[in-house]
Design a protein around this ligand. Structure first.
Ligand SMILES: Nc1ncnc2c1ncn2[C@@H]1O[C@H](COP(=O)(O)OP(=O)(O)OP(=O)(O)O)[C@@H](O)[C@H]1O
Ligand SMILES: Nc1ncnc2c1ncn2[C@@H]1O[C@H](COP(=O)(O)OP(=O)(O)OP(=O)(O)O)[C@@H](O)[C@H]1O
Ligand SMILES: [Mg+2]
Ligand SMILES: [Mg+2]
Lengths: 268, 268
């Protein structure tokens, strides 16, 4: 049965859809069978990214390793059992339709608190939480003392993850392997970087997650969205000059993330 | 009655809370009376930023010009009239409690599509939409042709703004002055910057918004959140060395935004 990777953070713009696309595509390019779901039903950035990929391949008569994307199936209210939530049913049908044929299932969550996102977190074998290197983003993980930088306690998003962990423990499921990924790291900003890094290390010990090496702010992570490509695909589509320093470094950052995820049967 | 400034974009992480805080604080520092509301009831980044400011001032026995922040009042279901939406009532009570005593009301919206956000957009005299310089963000404003970069049509967020404009026109209210602000601009990335800039210019003519000069990616826009300060406050709190090049440029970017907003009785 597929290993389920949830990419979540209720803070908006942390990099969830970007990380989902790069992780799912990298695994597909390694030859694994990868399913993809997007729980942000209105914005659908991950779904749109994959639709753009399919359209690009069709236009250029090209085949690229591509995750299998599915919309959540529609369900009639009448088909639900007593008191069942319609989103729970839609999600479990979508997961069931992919988990037997795939090695991995990558599920992108919206940047807000929804029932779909809560349920998805309780399905996670691996949870990846991208985070902007900023106290505004950190504030959703934990409250800190502004003078001492000490952790005062968890906040809304970590509490949600805690609840998902409890649900899994009660159901006798494997614990969630939670990885926080620092995203859009700037080249300078040493002082802020050190302080946020320190706060993350403290928090990781208290609430139990690992901190992955991180992605820098690089235009290559964003500019290929209209064609549905990632930096890993550039060689296949004959794009010249893609081996500039930033792209080589971006490739290494992506490789480091995949290593840190410690996924079953994945040799990076 | 207060001039209402809505800061909105249903794309997560565009910079809404950051722009709300900097705009509201800059106006308060100019001597205007400013009210503040945060419609992201769970995340409350703008509200938390202002709470941090009040706490910092109390700790240091300091007075800084500060927007008046209010939570949305609680309302009993029983007090609603037939078919009235509870969020509509909570928002109109909050606005009514501030609009007579303030010159400006700054309202931060969540990074998703909610009823509160929709209603708030129909109250806008000025709408400010921050945007990351990325096609993933642009995708929520309009669909573009990946080969020609031409605009194919509006997408979900622009349609929501269009609906809000219709509602105001039917009610005989002044049209919304809509300003899009490019945010977290990088120093390099010339090629991507030019393409997104071109697409924005095309779109601004089709759907009627102005493009403000923009904020660069600067750590000073984010590192003061725990103390509730902005770069404009640094002199008042005796922080040395705050006039480095990046902070001087950030101050100018904020001033350029305030000019572009063309607010009544504001001399920047
Ligand atoms: N490492 C990076 N370098 C450069 N740009 C990035 C990087 N990661 C993400 N971005 C850009 O930052 C913005 C936010 O990223 P993304 O949309 O993936 O976040 P999200 O968490 O999925 O947002 P939402 O909360 O709306 O779902 C996008 O414009 C994206 O292109
Ligand atoms: N110009 C800037 N320079 C540096 N960092 C910035 C800038 N603008 C915003 N940020 C950072 O980017 C992240 C997103 O900004 P912010 O939280 O204000 O966006 P938002 O649109 O309010 O997000 P949400 O959708 O969650 O409400 C935060 O970590 C913030 O500190
Ligand atoms: Mg997303
Ligand atoms: Mg916000």
């Amino acid at each position: 049965v597929a290993h389920i990777i949830i990419v979540g953070n209720e803070k908006g713009g942390a990099g969830k859809s970007t990380v989902s696309m790069h992780t799912a595509t990298a695994l597909a390019r390694m030859g694994h069978k990868v399913g993809a779901l997007d729980l942000d039903l209105r914005q659908k950035s991950f779904g749109r990214y994959l639709e753009n990929r399919a359209a690009f391949c069709a236009r250029n008569d090209l085949e690229l390793p591509t995750p299998i994307y599915r919309d959540l199936p529609a369900v009639e209210q009448a088909d639900l059992s007593e008191g069942e939530n319609i989103f729970d049913r839609r999600l479990s049908l979508a997961v069931a339709s992919l988990e037997n044929e795939c090695d991995f299932l990558v599920i992108d969550c919206p940047g807000s608190h929804t029932r779909l996102s809560q349920v998805a977190h309780s399905l996670a074998d691996t949870l990846v939480t991208p985070l902007n290197d900023s106290y505004i983003d950190f504030d959703l993980l934990a409250r800190t003392d502004p003078e001492t930088n000490k952790i005062l306690g968890p906040s809304v998003y970590s509490e949600m993850v805690w609840n998902a962990r409890q649900l899994r423990a009660q159901a006798g499921l494997k614990p969630i392997d939670w990885i926080v990924l620092r995203n859009r790291l700037g080249a300078q900003q040493m002082h802020n970087k050190k302080k946020v890094g320190q706060a993350l290390d403290d928090l990781s010990k208290r609430i139990g997650f690992r901190v992955a090496p991180g992605f820098s702010e690089r235009v290559i992570f964003r500019e290929l969205f209209p064609r549905g490509l990632t930096l890993l695909d550039l060689r296949d589509v004959g794009v010249k000059g893609q081996m500039n320093i930033s792209n080589v470094a971006a490739r290494q950052e992506l490789r480091d993330l995949l290593k840190e995820l410690r996924l079953p049967a994945v040799d990076v």
